[in-house]
Design a protein around this ligand. Structure first.
Ligand code: PLP
Length: 483
């Protein structure tokens, strides 16, 4: 590592990146390349001799950027956001600079201790129950993704049950969630060895805005108990991926507790909003949960990846996931004086991710972060109103946070299939315009468009422009259909 070369190249790279952000609106939001495009543009093998930074950056401009979908564009409204910010970015830079591997406390004490402190700060912002703080048996940990968070708590829950009932009980273990739960839950079941026929994805519908009904859970649990199965894991979601449905945590938690199940709450996207007192109600009932996760890398100005997980019983995690090879033994760990995060996660190695979250919290402060969230929610509220005022469209589910679910409304003689095809065509037309990027979902057989507001650069004008493009493309499609 040559410090002077780093200084020179680093300045050039920062200039390159700053220019990218300055001109980001000039790019088509959704990359318009065809599969395999890059293969024809790059050589068959790695260079034998060093090339210059200029050559590489030229290739980034000409060959890489056309294949990039611009998640940081102010007109990116697809999926859920993946926030970048100056603070998050600087934290990433610092983490890359130190490049430590903080598997155990001793491998870099600051990494473990800062992570514990920052997760305690965050738990307090969310007003999580005290048992999730690190001063007792609980605590927080940063995972790469929500999928990993859900997997590790499921493994912890599984092993806790199997320790008391014996390994043979595995085939009787049953997992519950709604049919709106993120697919990461099923993936966790696959990896944890839970039989897929024992995964109850309970049906939801528009009568509860796609939230899980406690009666459905109770009914399913009773049926399983009668059949001799063992209910062991419930995953509720606050802000589902399709439509931001909010499962009623308190009522569900009560059923989970009376049946000695592990209760996990997934608030990957909507958790960020819950730092605002007026949205905290959506996680009321989290007191009954054993674990809770939210992604700071979605809607909290913290660059990917930074998925926060809290547990009430850290020993459930460590008993399932700890290893203690000779080459990692050290006095602090042996004396049980420290947390070794390697035992709270799947991999051994881990990055110094808390630095970027710490920088976000410090450089912006909680008040600014709350305003940031509120602004996106206000923009979504305004958009929802515009959609509901346009007779060509309908809002499909009530908006709660910053996602609007809508579609071209079916007219009397349209069957569902025709209406779905029309909306599919609208999605393609809008996204191939390059002016914005939205995504879709399916609710009760309806093809639904999703517009999620949450990119840091998004302002009112971007939302209004997006809506104009959607209206124009819809008018065009409707007119051509009428011919
Ligand atoms: N849970 C919910 C509610 C989500 O919306 C998502 C992704 O959007 C996930 C889990 C999976 O997130 P990750 O990509 O961090 O695994």
């Amino acid at each position: 590592m040559d410090s002077e070369q780093l200084r020179e190249y680093g300045h050039r790279m920062v200039d390159f990146i700053a220019d990218y952000y300055k001109t980001i609106e000039n790019f088509p939001v959704l990359s318009q390349v065809q599969p395999g495009y890059l293969h024809n543009l790059l050589p068959e093998s790695a260079p034998e001799q060093p090339e210059t930074l200029e050559q590489v950056l030229d290739d980034v401009k000409e060959k890489i950027l056309p294949g990039v979908t611009h998640w940081q564009s102010p007109s990116f409204f697809a999926y859920y956001p993946a926030n970048s910010s100056v603070a998050g970015f600087l934290g990433e830079m610092l983490s890359a600079a130190l490049n430590i591997v903080g598997f155990s406390w001793v491998s870099s004490p600051a990494a473990t201790e800062l992570e514990m402190i920052v997760l305690d700060w965050f738990a307090k912002l969310l007003n999580l129950p005290e048992q999730f703080l690190s001063k007792g048996n609980g605590g927080g940990v940063i995972q790469g993704t929500a999928s990993e968070a859900i997997l590790v708590v499921m493994i912890a829950a599984r092993d806790k049950v199997l320790r008391s009932l014996g390994k043979k009980a595995l085939e009787k273990l049953v997992v519950y969630s709604s049919d709106q739960t993120h697919s990461s839950l099923l993936k966790a079941c696959q990896i944890a060895g839970i039989h897929l026929e024992n995964c109850r994805m309970l049906k939801t519908d528009s009568s509860t805005n796609y939230a899980l009904r406690p009666e459905s859970l109770q009914e399913a649990v009773s049926k399983d108990l009668e059949a001799g199965s063992i209910p062991f894991f419930l995953c509720a979601t606050v802000g589902t991926t399709s439509s931001t449905a909010v499962d009623p945590l308190a009522a569900l938690g009560k059923i989970a507790k009376s049946n000695e199940m592990w209760f996990h709450v997934d608030a990957a996207y909507a958790g960020s909003a819950c730092i605002c007192p007026e949205y905290r109600q959506y996680i009321d009932g989290v007191e009954t949960a054993d674990s809770f996760n939210m992604n700071a890398h979605k809607w909290f100005l913290t660059n990917f990846d930074c998925s926060l997980l809290w547990v009430k019983d850290r020993y459930a995690l460590t008993e399932a996931l700890s290893t203690n090879p000779e080459f990692l033994k050290n006095k602090a760990s042996q004396a049980n004086l420290v947390v070794d995060y390697k035992d709270w996660q799947i991999p051994l190695g881990r990055r110094f991710r808390s630095l970027k979250l710490w920088m976000v919290l410090r450089l912006y402060g909680a008040e600014t972060l709350k305003s940031y969230i509120r602004n996106h929610i206000k923009l979504a509220k305004d958009l929802q109103q515009l959609v509901s005022q346009d007779p060509n469209f309908e809002v499909v589910t009530p908006r709660i946070f910053s996602l609007v679910c809508f579609r071209i409304a079916a007219v009397d003689n349209d069957d569902e299939k025709t209406c779905n095809n029309l909306n599919r065509s609208l999605l393609d037309a809008v996204n191939s315009s390059g002016k914005l990027f939205i995504s879709h979902t399916s609710l009760s057989g309806k093809f639904v468009l999703r517009l999620a507001i949450g990119a840091p650069l998004t302002e009112e004008k971007h939302v209004m422009d997006a809506w104009k493009v959607i209206q124009e493309e819809a008018s065009f499609l409707l007119a051509s259909q009428a011919v």
